[in-house]
Design a protein around this ligand. Structure first.
Ligand SMILES: C[S@@+](CC[C@H](N)C(=O)[O-])C[C@H]1O[C@@H](n2cnc3c(N)ncnc32)[C@H](O)[C@@H]1O
Length: 418
């Protein structure tokens, strides 16, 4: 019982919904801290947590997921650079990376702006995170090879010095970022702060339940300039449903512009589509295609009737047809366009995974199928395909577990939704 209470305490304080990482992660962290504190029972540890804010911070340090790397997903940074040409004209430009973890995202913002021709005095970047440990690492600006992933690493040559297997960031970049320890769920985070033109809040909302996500979005909204840009993680973009944000036109950047003139409650609410959090929502109702960047006035026009746009199911069936006929690249492009306009859809990730598998892009296929299953854990075709892929990668144990999961799933859903 105490373990659940500790998980609740963590959720109240930092938002973490233990079910997103597994209660085992919390349990492991608690055991680590109990050993350090020489405590034998979770009851005694819970008591200490309730009385000692510093111990709660230490537990938070144990449970946070610090995973990050430079230029994590290129699209948002490309979209940011493109936005400098038109909407982002204020100087100095104010940017926020929250959560910034060990600093890679905040420094990536700086490199993006410098590469786009801005001078270091033209912008100000804050990096905020709840973890003191991550921030201490961020401030050293020294990175191991694991912080650099993918094959577009030209920036490493331009902005880092390699010394004995460690990459040290150029002080010119380092100086542009200011780090601060704070909690996204603090409602007064914006007090005394100038608003930000751009906020990156990626890969944190996925660890929150829906009410906590809403609280976090309220705080982000209070930090953002009236017409600022908000970038979320790829699985988080649809959390903005019902809020006055307009998707940026660049595909797969998961960036949104806040609409300065908010429509009144009587007017139709723009943009964001709901996240497919539940298995039953694997196929959404038909929706008209998303408008390109639009003014609030345009948004107050009635939406076109749904019949004018092909339904999601029709679009997915069309993509399947293309793939069946061997037009794999066209099918992949159509799938990506669909994900851009509709947000995360399990079946679209599955199809794209299938296409990537067929064209031998194993790592990409693996990631896409896992995304499909993240959105819809009971999506049998994706489980089956991932099992095949694991076998192909020599991961026999995982393939076996997936087959067992498939069997359980088929029992629960005798008619698979392929
Ligand atoms: C997976 S990292 C994301 C880093 C970066 N945004 C990215 O996408 O690569 C998640 C970070 O969120 C931080 N975090 C967790 N809860 C938080 C909260 N309530 N407020 C601020 N930061 C938090 C963790 O310390 C961790 O560094």
């Amino acid at each position: 019982m105490s373990l659940e209470q500790i998980a609740q305490l963590l959720q109240q304080r930092m938002g973490l919904d233990a079910s997103t990482v597994g209660l085992g992660v919390v349990e492991h962290a608690v055991l680590q801290r109990m050993t350090r504190q020489r405590l034998d029972t979770t009851e005694a540890y819970l008591l200490q947590l309730q009385q000692d804010a510093e111990e709660l911070q230490q537990l938070i340090e144990e449970v946070v997921v610090p995973e990050t790397w430079f230029f994590r997903d290129l699209h948002p940074f490309q979209a940011l650079a493109q936005s400098l040409e038109n909407e982002l004209q204020r100087r100095p430009l104010r940017l926020l990376s929250l959560p910034c973890s060990t600093g890679e995202e905040a420094y990536t913002l700086a490199m993006t702006l410098l590469d786009a021709g801005l001078e270091d005095g033209d912008f100000h970047i804050d990096g905020i995170d709840i973890s003191q440990r991550n921030l201490a690492a961020a401030r050293t600006a020294r990175y191991r090879p694991n912080a650099f992933r993918g094959d577009q690493l030209g920036f490493r040559e331009r902005y880092f010095n390699a010394i004995g297997g460690i990459y040290e960031l150029d002080p010119r970049v380092r100086r542009t970022v200011h780090f601060e320890c704070a909690n996204l769920l603090e409602t007064d985070l914006g007090t005394g702060r100038d608003p930000y033109d751009v906020i990156f809040c990626r890969n944190l909302l996925i660890y929150f339940d829906r009410p906590t996500r809403e609280r976090a979005l309220d705080v982000l909204d209070s930090l953002l300039h009236d017409d600022g840009l908000l970038f979320l993680g790829h699985a988080e973009a649809n959390a903005l449903q019902g809020r006055p944000f307009q998707p940026l036109p660049q595909p797969r950047c998961f960036g949104f512009r806040r609409l300065a003139d908010r429509p009144s409650p009587r007017e139709p609410q723009p943009v964001a589509r709901p996240l497919d959090w539940t298995p039953s929502s694997r196929l959404r109702r038909p929706r008209p295609a998303a408008p390109a960047l639009a003014t609030a006035a345009a948004l107050s026009q009635p939406e076109p009737p749904a019949e004018t746009a092909p339904s999601l199911e029709q679009r997915l069936a069309e993509i399947e047809g293309m793939a069946d006929q061997g037009a794999l690249e066209d099918a992949a492009a159509a799938c990506e366009a669909l994900l851009q306009t509709e947000g995360p859809v399990a079946r679209a990730f599955y199809l794209l995974g299938l296409i990537r598998h067929a064209s031998n892009h194993i790592e990409a296929a693996d990631a896409l199928l896992r995304k499909a299953l993240y959105l819809d854990p009971d999506y049998c075709p994706a489980i089956s395909q991932l099992a095949l892929l694991c076998e192909r990668q020599g991961k026999a144990a995982e393939a076996g577990r997936l087959r067992q999961r498939l069997a359980r799933c088929l029992e629960r859903h005798p008619e698979p939704s392929s």
